[in-house]
Design a protein around this ligand. Structure first.
Ligand SMILES: Cc1cc2nc3c(=O)[nH]c(=O)nc-3n(C[C@H](O)[C@H](O)[C@H](O)COP(=O)(O)O)c2cc1C
Length: 192
């Protein structure tokens, strides 16, 4: 994590891609940390969260306020709101495309655009398989604009014994990306 500043306020956006296990894992991992977490969930995000986890966004841990995805007057729509980092977890190909094109057509897309213009950390947990050429081009465009493309890939070399443990290994990586030190984080080579 080097000299990176510890974030005080982060934004977690949920879109309609598969992988809500990773969202739940990450929010649990940062639950005890001194960080304010606000959320935005797209309509498709809420649908997939319900299908995969049987949960509503407000039933997730750690997020203290949820903003309406259609509300362009909500704080994250402005660069003055002062978020240190934003994660889109998981990030659909539709939202990725909108960010790459600078669409700002809902609060998630607008907030991501704000993070990029303010040169703040924006992490996209993109999920689709396989990727087509458009997906790959959009990832490169978003990367070149300053986003971190961070697909959910667990560290199987840490021998996770369950899906949840596999997801946790990815959550540690995500936490590293936004400068959060998660208790119990295992690091390769640190246990000998
Ligand atoms: C069960 C389910 C799983 C989906 N998984 C993905 C996925 O992994 N990646 C993706 O790009 N879209 C996926 N979609 C499609 C998106 O939800 C859809 O493109 C939606 O318009 C995305 O909107 P949003 O980006 O505003 O959330 C899935 C949809 C459903 C219902």
């Amino acid at each position: 994590m080097g000299n990176r500043q510890v974030p005080k306020k982060i934004l977690v956006a949920v879109t309609g891609a598969s992988g809500m296990l990773y969202l739940q894992s990450f929010l649990r991992k940062i639950e005890e940390l001194e960080v304010v977490v606000h959320g935005i969930c797209s309509e498709a995000g809420a649908k997939v969260l319900g299908m995969e986890k049987g949960l509503l966004p407000r039933e997730l841990p750690t997020v203290s306020s949820w903003f309406d995805c259609r509300d362009f007057a909500a704080p994250p729509a402005s660069g003055s709101s002062g978020y240190d980092a934003m994660l889109i977890l998981p990030c659909s190909m539709g939202t990725l495309a909108a960010i790459a094109a600078g669409m700002s057509a809902n609060l998630i897309q607008r907030s991501a655009d704000v993070m990029l213009k303010e040169r703040k950390e924006l992490v996209l947990v993109v999920r689709e398989t396989p990727f087509n050429r458009t997906h790959l081009k959009n990832m490169l465009t978003a990367h070149d604009a300053g986003a971190v493309i961070c697909p959910p890939m667990p560290a199987f070399y840490l021998q996770p014994a369950s899906l949840e443990e596999a997801a946790d290994t990815f959550s540690w990586r995500l936490a590293d990306q936004v400068g959060l030190e998660v208790p119990g984080r295992r690091r390769w080579g640190a246990e000998e």
